[in-house]
Design a protein around this ligand. Sequence first.
Ligand SMILES: [Zn+2]
Length: 318
Amino acid sequence: MIIKHREKPMKIEGYEALLKRISPTHPKRATVKNSLNNAKAGYGGEERLDEALEFFDPPYPHRIIQDFSLGEGFKIQVDTVVLTQSCVFLLEIKNIAGKLEFKQNPSALHSISATGEIKSYKSPIAQMNETALRMSKFLKTLGCPLPVANVIIIAHPSQIVEGAPPNVRVLAAGEVNVHLSEMKLPAPVLSIEELHQLGSRLVVTHKEYQPFPLAPKFQIDPSEIETGVFCPRCILGKMERTQRAWECETCRLVSQDAHAAALQDWFMLIKSTINTAECRDFIGLKSLDAAKRFLIRSGCQPVGGRRYRQYIRQPQEK
Ligand SMILES: [Zn+2]
């Protein structure tokens, strides 16, 4: 039973917003594009994993948490966690094209494209071993003694994989369901009730990975970020403020709330706070009063004294 479902990672939207707002010739453009492609491939792989487990119905009680992360203290990110009464499985899917080779001493994963181009990635084995250690430690803090096992999954169905160490299980996505379902699990350590409680505790403790703001991460100065409201229909068209609404200079779409997305872009790209002057200038509003009204209406919360008042985005209700 799935007790937490995966959502599209926020960083994909963030990278897209950043690409939209930096110049076509910006020197960091290729790096941002690369991050966007990796994020999309990662999410694509995770969706493959969800599909592969769509009909997962093993003979043992279980709980599934899609996309589990813990912040400071443990720093864990796992694609899917399967909790059982006797152990915990951490599933990690790799969606990397080309022939894959696991390298040792030091460990890495190489992908070799059809043209012979080699790319090197952090070893998913080393990464998963580290994650399993942290997960065990975290489970101990909950008073839960379950052992933790890793499963690495390859998203591409007919991929050639070489050099996987014998003690590591590397599966194709299509094998995961049968492999986990037919596994002989050790004797239960937890009661059903305790398994359910553990699932709920993990869901409550899950802390969404927060990648923002992105501009400083790419060392892009805020002055290089284009301001203004973009058209939601033709994407690159800019919108002008008319008496009561926003109108696209290119396709003439009229929108009441196109500026809400621009405010979201600010928080994703520049910083987690905004003051009325920044809001007025970034969005292109006429006055500080208009900016203040807009920020309050958008559900932003004022913080700090009157003179240096900033606004923060209202934490989203889960
Ligand atoms: Zn337009």
